[in-house]
Design a protein around this ligand. Structure first.
Ligand SMILES: Nc1ncnc2c1ncn2[C@@H]1O[C@H](COP(=O)(O)OP(=O)(O)OP(=O)(O)O)[C@@H](O)[C@H]1O
Ligand SMILES: [Mg+2]
Length: 251
């Protein structure tokens, strides 16, 4: 078993303090943003296209370096799920899931089997990606993120390319995974219901430069794997977010 992957680690606190990010063109996407995520918190980030959500996620992932200030994720083991599954077509499902371990020379078939079971794809282990539906391919990409036992899960619009029915199923599956495991999670989404169903806290953002319009806890009686779209509290939250994002203005 992979030594690094086997070590249990606690979910990290994530802290942006006066964080700045400026592109070489001079465009300032973060101009001193401060944000604190508690260990194990699932935070959904919503906001108009181009406001800087992916930039924020890339900073937390260590894929971009802040121009100033602090981005601190402690000793987090990070995993990123992109909008598209980005699977290697010539590798089987199991080989795709194993990729992060293969790349660091730490093969761990048991971890691959566990990750596949978590997304309900044990039976598809030996198939090639082209034999899978879009929803199944997205599940493979989530399993690939889970295989290295991350403590910080970064999801950038993971279901936006998926049809509505499959998306509803994936919400419930991801909800169960988030309930069962202690990740700190940042989920970027354009789907306000997805935010309300999956998060503990929803942050509505505007920018650039990125600023917080609204930062609300999700109050729900059910575990997130079984939250109900028709719960009035979900409706209330979505209404508050729509108002903050100015989506209901009539011409
Ligand atoms: N490689 C780049 N070079 C220069 N500017 C960029 C680059 N990528 C993005 N930007 C700019 O940074 C800003 C923020 O982009 P970002 O991708 O973080 O937005 P976003 O909120 O994730 O948008 P979307 O919802 O469309 O994914 C945008 O206004 C964009 O013009
Ligand atoms: Mg984006």
């Amino acid at each position: 078993m992979a030594e690094g992957a086997a070590e249990p680690r606690a979910a990290p606190r994530v802290r942006f303090e006066a964080a700045r990010f400026v592109w070489p063109s001079g465009e300032e996407i973060l101009s001193g943003l401060s944000l604190d995520l508690a260990p194990g918190q699932v935070v959904a980030l919503v906001g108009r296209s181009g406001c800087g959500k992916s930039t924020l996620l890339r900073l937390a992932a260590g894929l971009s370096t802040p121009t100033g200030g602090v981005v601190d994720v402690g000793d987090a083991r990070r995993a990123f799920v992109f909008q598209r599954p980005n699977l290697l077509p010539w590798r089987t499902v199991a080989e795709n899931v194993a990729l992060p371990l293969t790349l660091i020379g730490e093969e761990d078939p048991a971890a691959v089997a566990t990750a596949l079971a978590q997304v309900g794809l044990s039976d598809a282990a030996h198939k090639l990606p082209q034999a899978l539906s879009g929803g199944m391919q997205m599940r493979v990409s989530i399993a690939r993120a889970l295989v290295s036992q991350p403590t910080l899960l970064l999801l950038d619009e993971p279901f936006s390319a998926i049809d509505a029915l499959t998306r509803a199923r994936l919400h419930s599956e991801l909800g169960q995974i988030l309930d069962a495991r202690g990740f700190t999670t940042m989920l970027v989404t354009h789907d306000l219901h997805e935010a309300a169903l999956l998060a503990d806290r929803v942050i509505a953002l505007a920018g650039p430069p990125l600023r917080v319009l609204l930062d609300l806890p999700v109050i729900s009686p059910a575990p997130r794997g079984r939250r109900d779209l028709y719960d009035p509290r979900v409706g209330e939250l979505v209404r508050a977010l729509r108002a903050a994002l100015d989506l209901d203005t009539t011409p």
